[in-house]
Structures are given as structure tokens and as C-alpha cells.
Design a protein around this ligand. Structure first.
Ligand code: NAD
Length: 497
């Protein structure tokens, strides 16, 4: 059985606890990953403390060169990385390439670190006084990441943190841990000092050790909301800087004037792509008006029947299996709950098996109509290939539904009416909005972050916000007297006159 170990320069003791890593397409266990503990973290922190001062003293241009070589190496290894990712996660290989590519875009942004780290400077803020600010690294950053983007989300975090001068400890998901390790190996190959980026596998025990460690001042978390909330609170108890992003239930509002063929095409990808295991998936569609709902449903049904489910390396598959057998069971249970709540199961993906791969964790595409806001199956995240239709009577209700939902990650509106789109974008209580864009993940030089139970803390991921999260700003007020003495009253609070 393939063994997946931590990635750190010091030898790690033989693991006493391990976690099984599935191949979701075949339903077989393909590897075991070591689960670390607090002692292992201590040793990683000691290494990070040793290498970080020199790294932060390395000028930003040289740090950028390492990021650039890393980007080139990841690009050169794109195919094997995507195949490895796909084999543990279950998403298709082209989709896995997208996972790597969206992370690389943050690395590309981090290549510009000399530019984005430049501080502010005001000469002559007072008589002979200049004021400037600089961003300094925090020391050691930690990232705790989910299974669903095992390349992109680690790169969001360590790309920004390390370029800014920090060392980084990554605790990836134990369900698909190989790609984060491979990325860390490539980072060393790119010229990064060993120990600058370490990957420590683990579960709650490792996460708790990270939260409690006195030498780790900042934690970035992405995963489900209850755990995000837990980490945000516990982190505050230990006086940490924490950003914690949680689950989602993104709505796609379809106005009566929308191009429905385009909407159906967008919805098929956004609801069923990656088997719905994306925090920016669109699992809820909100047609405005009964007529829109009927026309949309009529077009959606054949499109969904046309979806091809396959093993993750099937080049023709639209989507592959879900990540674990437990997750498959949970998704199917949500469909049953929706049925019990009185929703209409239009297309039922429960009990789906793929011929020749009967043990794989496949869930058929599911369409549920007549879903209402009081239903538990609407209120909670399903995270599977399940699209729910919630009919809104008018635009006001379509703004209200996502605004009042507990999650506020992403939302989209499909319309040809610029005024409606503008109104919607400005009024809806959700962090990321798409106008005729089903998955509005902001580009690397903007920032990513949801609201309400999709994001705890007030600083987003990557872009200038990412830089702010991984640095502290020092403000310097300086005066170089001309030697003639200063007769001002030192007992009065200084003002600039
Ligand atoms: P998860 O919450 O189960 O796991 C996330 C991380 O937390 C993993 O590293 C895991 O090892 C760790 N963890 C698990 N149980 C823990 C516990 N009890 N205490 C402390 N740490 C624990 O999430 P997941 O299933 O890997 O990922 C899917 C979830 O992530 C979905 O809810 C999805 O919406 C969310 N997600 C959110 C975003 C976003 O940006 N908002 C992005 C991607 C995924």
C-alpha cells in the first residue's frame, strides 16, 4: 500500500495513526496517509523558525524568482499533478487542471510581490517629518484546507504567505493529501529553502495543535462552516489572526428575459461539474415567475439526462464520483429528506451505479423542484450533484432568498437587463456576485471571500487582502533634526501644526 508521509526536512517518527485514501472511481483504498500530532508540529515549527528569518531578509525580487520558478515547474508538471489529484478526489482530469491553474494564478500574482509589498510614504508630513509604512511578515503562517480544491486553496494561502516573507505549515485534507505534498516538493526544486513550506497531515488533533501553538500567529482555514466557526473562536482564544471560510449554498437567479439556452448550459456545469463538490457551485436555481420556471425546467431536463458520469480519468465524462462512500450516502440522504419534506424529485440520482465500476462513489444527477425556504434540504449545504429549484414570484423575492440564507458565498443573476443586474448586485447580501457568470470566483488580483456563515473574519483570501492577512503593517514617523535644537513644547501631544 502506498504510504503518504508528511513533507518536512526533519525525519518524522513512524505514524501511530493513519487515514485511508480512497480511489473514489473504483471504491478501493489506494494509499494511507500518516496523521501527525502536537510533537510533530513542534518539530516543524522549530524548523520554520530556523529558516524564516533568512527568507524574510531575502529581498522581494529574489523571493519572486523562486515563486516564478515554482510556477514554471507546476506548469511543466500539470498533467501528472492533475492525474494524481483526480485519482484521489474524483474530479475529472480537465477539471483537476483547472484546480491547479486557479492556484497558479495566485502564484503568478505572488511573482509581483516586490510591487505589491511597496509601502506608503509621505515626505514632509510635518516640519522635517516623514511618515512611511511597511508590511512585515508575521513569522509562521498555517493553512488548513478542504478536500475539494487540494491544489488551488493551498496555493492561495502559501503563495501569498511565503512571498510576503513567512514560513508556512500546511495541513491539507487527509482525504486527498498527495498533491499538496507534490507541490511542496516542487517548491524546494524551485529553490525554496527546505523547511520553508512544510506539509503536515492530520485531523482534529493536528488542527488543535496548530491553534494552540504559541509560535503560529495566523491561521487561514477553508472547509465546512461548523469547523470554520470552531477554528475562528478557538483561534481568538489563543489571540490568533484567523480567517475561516465555510460552506455555501449559492443561488442562480434567472430573470424572465434571460437567454435560457445559455443559462441551462451554465447551470449544468455549475451545478453538476465536479459532482457539485465546489463551494462556488450553483446548487439552487431561482427562476423568477412561473412561466420562467416552466420554460427553464423543460430545457433543464433533457440537458441533465445528457450528462455523462464516468471514472475520473474518462476524457468524455462531465463529472466523476464523489469523494468518499460516507459523502455519497449523505448526499443521497439529503435527496430523501427533500422528498419527505414534500419537494418534487424530478430526476433521481440515488442508487446510481456505473457499469464496470459498481463500487465507485457515483451519484447520478438529481433535479428537485418545488423546494421552499422552510425545508431543511434547502437550508443546508448538500455538496453533491443535486440542483434544487426554488420558484420566486418576483425580483424582490429573488433578492431576498439568497440574502436571507445562512450562507453568503456566491450568487449569480442571469438577465439581459442591466438595471436589474445592477440592482441585484448592489442589494444582495452575499460576498461574491456573478452577472451572467455562474461561478464568480474573483481573479487572483482581486480577492475571494464569502459572507455570513461562509466566511468568519474580515480579511479575504489572496490579492491585496491576502497580503494584508499574512503581514503586519508598521508605521514609522521620522525626523532628522538639523542639529539646531528644538524648542517646541515636548509636554503637549505633537501635532503637525
Ligand atoms: P471539512 O470541514 O470536513 O475539512 C476541512 C479541514 O478541516 C480539513 O483539513 C480537515 O482535516 C479539518 N477538520 C476536519 N474535521 C475537523 C475537526 N473536527 N476539527 C478541526 N479540523 C477538522 O471540509 P471538507 O469536507 O474537506 O470540504 C468541503 C467543505 O468546504 C464544504 O462545506 C465547502 O463548501 C467548503 N469549502 C468552502 C470554501 C470557501 O471558500 N468558502 C472553499 C472550498 C470548500
Amino acid at each position: 500500500m502506498r504510504q503518504i508521509d508528511h513533507f518536512m526536512p526533519t525525519a518524522s517518527p513512524a505514524a501511530t495513526r493513519k487515514h485511508q485514501v480512497w480511489n473514489p472511481s473504483t471504491g478501493e483504498v489506494q494509499a494511507e496517509v500518516a496523521l501527525g500530532d502536537a510533537a510533530l508540529l513542534d518539530s516543524a515549527v522549530a524548523t520554520a523558525q530556523r529558516v524564516q528569518p533568512e527568507w524574510s531578509a531575502t529581498n522581494p525580487q529574489k523571493r519572486a524568482r523562486v515563486m516564478f520558478r515554482f510556477k514554471e515547474l507546476v506548469e511543466a508538471n500539470m498533467r501528472p499533478l492533475a492525474e494524481l489529484l483526480s485519482s484521489e478526489h474524483g474530479k475529472t482530469v480537465p477539471d483537476a487542471k483547472g484546480d491547479v491553474q486557479r492556484g497558479l494564478e495566485v502564484i503568478e500574482y505572488a511573482c509581483g510581490i516586490p510591487q505589491v509589498l511597496k509601502g506608503e510614504y509621505t515626505p514632509g508630513a510635518g516640519p522635517g517629518i516623514d511618515v512611511y509604512s511597511m508590511r512585515q511578515p508575521l513569522g509562521i503562517g498555517a493553512g488548513i484546507t478542504p478536500f475539494n480544491f487540494p491544489a488551488m486553496i493551498p496555493m492561495w494561502m502559501f503563495g501569498m504567505a511565503i512571498a510576503a516573507g513567512n514560513a508556512f505549515i500546511l495541513k491539507p485534507s487527509e482525504r486527498d493529501p498527495s498533491v499538496p505534498v507534490r507541490l511542496a516538493e516542487l517548491f524546494v526544486e524551485a529553490g525554496a529553502p527546505e523547511g520553508l513550506l512544510q506539509v503536515l497531515h492530520g485531523d482534529k488533533a493536528m488542527v488543535d495543535a496548530i491553534i494552540e501553538h504559541p509560535a503560529i500567529p495566523a491561521i487561514s482555514f477553508v472547509g465546512s462552516s461548523d469547523i470554520a466557526h470552531y477554528i475562528y473562536h478557538r483561534g481568538a482564544e489563543f489571540s490568533k489572526r484567523v480567517q475561516a471560510f465555510g460552506g455555501a449554498k449559492n443561488h442562480g437567479v434567472v430573470m424572465p428575459d434571460a437567454d435560457l439556452d445559455q443559462v441551462v448550459n451554465d447551470l449544468a456545469g455549475a451545478a453538476y461539474g465536479s459532482a457539485g463538490e465546489r463551494c462556488m457551485a450553483l446548487p439552487v436555481v431561482v427562476p423568477v415567475g412561473e412561466d420562467t420556471a416552466e420554460r427553464l425546467k423543460e430545457k433543464l431536463i433533457p440537458a441533465i439526462h445528457g450528462l455523462r458520469i464516468g471514472v475520473s480519468n474518462d476524457p468524455d465524462a462531465h463529472y466523476g464520483p464523489v469523494v468518499t462512500p460516507e459523502h455519497k450516502a449523505r448526499i443521497e440522504q439529503w435527496v430523501t429528506t427533500a422528498e419527505e419534506e414534500g419537494a418534487e424529485i424530478v430526476i433521481d440520482g440515488r442508487g446510481f451505479t456505473l457499469q464496470g465500476h459498481e463500487n465507485g462513489f457515483f451519484v447520478g444527477p438529481t433535479l428537485i423542484d418545488r423546494v421552499t425556504p422552510d425545508m431543511k434540504s434547502y437550508q443546508e449545504e448538500i455538496f453533491g450533484p443535486v440542483l434544487q429549484i426554488v420558484r420566486a414570484k418576483d425580483f424582490e423575492e429573488a433578492v431576498r432568498l439568497p440574502s436571507e440564507h445562512q450562507y453568503g458565498n456566491g450568487v449569480a443573476i442571469f438577465t439581459r437587463n442591466g438595471h436589474a443586474a445592477r440592482e441585484f448586485a448592489s442589494r444582495v447580501n452575499v460576498g461574491m456576485v456573478g452577472v451572467n457568470v455562474p461561478i464568480p470566483v474573483p481573479v487572483a488580483y482581486h480577492s475571494f471571500g464569502g459572507w455570513k456563515r461562509s466566511g468568519f473574519g474580515d480579511i479575504d483570501q489572496y490579492g491585496t487582502e491576502g497580503l494584508a492577512f499574512w503581514t503586519k503593517r508598521k508605521k514609522v514617523t521620522q525626523r532628522w533634526p538639523d542639529g539646531g535644537g528644538d524648542s517646541s513644547n515636548a509636554f503637549v501631544i505633537p501635532t503637525m501644526g
